[in-house]
Design a protein around this ligand. Structure first.
Ligand SMILES: Nc1ncnc2c1ncn2[C@@H]1O[C@H](COP(=O)(O)OP(=O)(O)OP(=O)(O)O)[C@@H](O)[C@H]1O
Length: 355
């Protein structure tokens, strides 16, 4: 942890989909974590483990057959309890900036990137006037390293990497305290992966200084009702945090301060990135398996497949694939220390205490 106030506090978040015939799909179960100001938390895990459902819950974008429990606090606002009007007017784009999984699908196909940026700037920042909007849109593009000479192109005229940067530029416009990046590097080559995650990280690292100037400006116009309302909506406008959902462990290692590992809808490990990727390494056998599967490590896949979220076994969901499993694993292990496991790998005591 960075020691700063949490920007986001997730407490006991569960999402269950109700299916025809009364069947239930437990996509997310009892997730607890904070993301502090200035921090990047990477949420990792195999496809289908519930990462995107968790992100959708934070943005109020779950389908009608979803039931949620728990809380997700952004300042004083519980994102899970917020009504659609609040989510649309104050959360999406303003309090939570989303870097989507499929930028091409997220961008409006019939409009140029410039026009989409200008509209978003007008909507989220209150900048008015043609010249000012144009300048602000170009500044937003530059922040995401989107080239100015491509601004008048339509999404279909962009490579995957440039579409990704356009989507990132749009996500950064509102200077939201929480940046939620859902697989922001899908389909990019390694060079672009590094540049994209570095840009996201920079937003979190530099926001503090940038916003000190913003705050001073806002204080000067204290009679501005909109500014007062914005200030009320967040615990500390100066802090920015990044929650990055990814299956790209190299990207996570590059930018994350902490790692949360999800398996079958549960967070099974939550620890410092340095401890996870370096010594002493992950404590949960599933997390170890994820690392060992990497080509530059043991290159050994985890045997078997994750369970169906609609038919989860009792106890530890990983037990069937785990070479450390015992009878004790028939009981669900709580997340104690950094791992939810009855037989975790050894950790340096001080490393576990620090996380
Ligand atoms: N609308 C829905 N109705 C029923 N079940 C759903 C629905 N949406 C998602 N799920 C279930 O939730 C599970 C988790 O999906 P999710 O998209 O969060 O996985 P993920 O970890 O983000 O995977 P990926 O990396 O492939 O995006 C899915 O496997 C599916 O079983």
């Amino acid at each position: 942890m960075t020691g700063r106030t949490p920007v986001l506090s997730v407490r006991g978040l569960s999402v269950r989909f109700l299916m025809p015939g009364g069947r239930g799909v437990a996509a997310v179960t009892d997730a607890h974590f904070d993301v502090a100001g200035g921090e990047c938390l990477a949420l990792i895990g195999e496809s289908g483990c519930g990462k995107s459902v968790l992100a959708s819950a934070l943005l109020g974008l779950l389908p009608g057959n979803a039931q949620t429990a728990g809380a997700a606090l952004l300042g004083d606002l519980d994102l899970l309890a917020a009504d659609e009007r609040t989510l649309a007017r104050t959360v999406r784009g303003r309090l939570v900036g989303l870097v989507p999984q499929s930028p091409a699908a997220h961008l409006t196909p019939v409009r140029t990137i410039r026009s989409q940026l200008e509209e978003t700037v007008a909507e989220l920042t209150g900048v008015r006037g043609r010249t000012a909007l144009r300048a602000a849109a170009e500044k937003a593009a530059a922040r995401a390293a989107f080239p100015a000479d491509h601004l008048d192109r339509h999404p279909h005229e962009l490579s995957g990497g440039l579409a990704q940067r356009a989507a990132t530029a749009l996500a950064l416009v509102g200077d939201a305290p929480l940046l939620l990046a859902d697989e922001p590097t899908t389909g990019l080559d390694r060079d672009l992966v590094d540049r994209t995650v570095d840009e996201l990280r920079r937003h979190v690292d530099t926001a503090h200084d940038v916003d000190k100037a913003d705050s001073a400006d806002k204080a000067d116009s204290a009679d501005d009702a909109d500014n007062a309302e914005n200030a009320d909506n967040t615990a500390d406008r100066r802090d920015r945090a990044l929650l990055m959902i990814t299956h790209d462990l190299a990207a996570a290692e590059r930018v994350a301060d902490r790692i949360a590992v999800m398996y079958a809808g549960r967070i099974v490990e939550l620890t410092r990135a340095a401890d996870f990727f370096g010594a002493p390494g992950p404590r949960h056998p599933y997390s170890r398996g994820l690392l060992d599967a990497l080509p530059d490590r043991a290159f050994t896949p985890i045997p078997g497949l994750p369970p169906e979220l609609g038919a989860l076994p009792g106890g530890c969901a990983f037990a069937a694939r785990c070479d450390r499993a015992s009878d004790a694993c028939a009981v669900q292990p709580p997340l104690t220390g950094t791992a939810a496991c009855h037989h975790p790998h050894a950790a340096l005591t001080e490393a576990a205490d620090r996380a």
